[in-house]
Design a protein around this ligand. Structure first.
Ligand code: GLU
Length: 491
């Protein structure tokens, strides 16, 4: 007997014909959480029976995405492509036990029958020609080495099973036929391979996408034919895009690796995916990995399809960015910063403290690590242009140039260029000019950053340093005098 209660064994079984899809990653996460929660085992199986479409590079990419998400596995991964002989042996056993039979029908014959059924608007069912072959005919075909597939004998009746998410599922065998378990080229079909492997791997719970719900009756028939105990089945509803269609490339990135490249943190991705179709029962959204292990339960899996909401993922990523220390965030963003051409590796080495301070200032506003170079650019070079809307809104009035001149003067007199001192200087100047401090702060922000928004201006100014601040204000004066059209300046 498999020890189901105390020691679940689950598996994640990707087909390596593409990169790790976020939907598959969600399946992997549910399996992993279930195993970790019950001190069970999380196994990997690479379903690469379609050798032509599977690639080792894809397998590596899948492993690497799983590692990135922190989904460690407990035993050596199983590769189906290395197990063809095992499946063949089991198929032969089925034939010997009279549970399955060899089918010598040619592709052409079957194709013609399929076509006929299509024209007559019936579902194609294999007509059991080869089940009725006489022993003599069979022996002749066999000795002549005629290629053959192996079909499972599916007699009349019905198959029922219980799914942990979908409840009772029943299928009348009228909807099935004697399906192929071993192809004429000696390769197993998905159905045979999955059942043999789940049995040999002693899988207790099959947790997978609900696109396999309709395959499950066939699997149960195989379990029964072998006389094996069936695992529990847990089918996960598909993930949908915002338009409620199956999540696909049309909706944007679907590979986990694309999210990594886009600057999402693995812990944010993990938390987000764990909540796609699972709920703790209340409306909490932020869960640490340990909390998820603690609270994950199959009963929390929802029958309704979950919608992949990228904005929520961005929000969550920002939460996790804020929770990370500046040092680790900087480590992750330096390659992006260098690639943007804003800084050299020498600069990075010599200006670590400066970079850490920038990170501390910017991280509450970062939704993705990839935002960093753009958001931080003014810390490394003077703005090349000024945001048009911000200019219209904040660089107006006949006294703008005068305001800038006075400000340059005041700032120049500050000895200790600290946020407090800077703030005092700006506020007292505003008071003298009988205007709100905002009327000085906003135009200054545009002059220093080129942007309409930034973290606290006084902190930004401190980091830029007095000389740079004054230089940029002078440049802004120059721009206003020479480039802004008279209308805007005078208004
Ligand atoms: N290889 C299958 C897939 O990628 C999974 C099969 C299973 O989990 O049983 O959809």
């Amino acid at each position: 007997m498999i020890d189901r209660v105390n020691k679940p064994r689950v598996r994640f079984a990707p087909s390596p014909t593409g990169y790790l899809h976020v939907g598959s990653a969600r399946t992997a996460i549910f399996n992993w959480l279930f195993a970790r929660k019950h001190q069970g085992r999380f196994l990997l199986r690479i379903e690469d029976t379609d050798v032509a479409r599977s690639g080792l590079d894809m397998v590596e990419a899948i492993f690497s995405s799983l590692r990135w998400l922190g989904l460690n596995w407990d035993e050596e991964p199983i590769f189906q492509s290395r197990r063809f002989e095992i499946y063949q042996k089991y198929a032969e056993q089925m034939v010997a036990d009279n549970q399955a039979y060899k089918c010598f029908c040619t592709k052409e014959k079957l194709q013609a029958e399929r076509e006929k059924a299509r024209k007559e608007k019936r579902t194609f069912r294999y007509d059991r020609t080869c089940l009725r072959l006489s022993d003599a005919k069979k022996a002749k075909l066999e000795s002549g080495g005629a290629p053959h597939a192996v079909r499972l004998k599916v007699d009349e009746g019905r198959t029922a099973f219980f799914d942990e998410v979908f409840g009772d599922v029943q299928v009348d065998h009228e909807q099935l036929d004697d399906f192929i378990i071993l192809r004429s080229d000696g390769k197993p079909t998905y159905h045979l391979a999955v059942v043999v492997d789940d049995h040999e791997m002693e899988i207790t719970h099959v947790i997978r996408g609900d696109d396999h719900l309709s395959n499950t009756p066939k699997h149960i028939l195989l379990y029964n034919a072998f006389g094996w105990e069936t695992p529990k089945f847990v089918h996960l509803p598909l993930i949908l895009g915002p338009d409620r269609q199956r999540l696909s490339k049309r909706h944007g990135a679907t590979a986990v690796s694309e999210y990594k490249t886009a600057g999402y943190l693995p812990e944010a991705m993990f938390n987000f995916l764990a909540l796609l179709g699972w709920s703790s029962g209340d409306d909490r959204e932020s869960f640490s990995r340990d909390q998820l292990i603690e609270e994950f339960d199959l009963s929390g899996i929802m029958k309704k399809s979950a919608v992949f909401d990228e904005r929520k993922l961005e929000w969550m990523n920002n939460q996790y960015i804020m929770a990370r220390d500046d040092e680790s965030l900087l480590k992750l963003t330096i390659p992006r910063l260098e690639a943007s051409g804003l800084v050299s590796s020498e600069f990075v080495k010599e200006n670590k403290t400066y970079l850490l301070k920038i990170m501390a200032l910017l991280k509450p506003r970062m939704r993705r690590l990839s935002d960093f170079p753009d958001m931080a650019s003014y810390f490394f070079r003077a703005p090349e242009s000024y945001d048009e809307k911000a200019v219209k809104k904040h660089w107006k009035g006949p006294d703008l140039v005068d305001k800038f001149h006075r400000l340059i003067d005041r700032l120049g007199n500050i000895e200790d260029f600290h946020p407090d001192e800077i703030e005092t200087a700006i506020r007292s100047l505003a008071e003298e000019l009988d205007m709100s401090a905002a009327k000085l702060i906003h135009p200054t922000r545009v002059a220093l950053t080129g942007a309409p928004a930034s973290p606290g201006l006084f902190e930004v100014m401190e980091l830029l340093g007095k000389d740079t601040v004054i230089r940029r204000l002078e440049k802004a004066v120059d721009f206003v005098e020479h480039h802004l059209n008279a209308e805007v300046a005078i208004n």
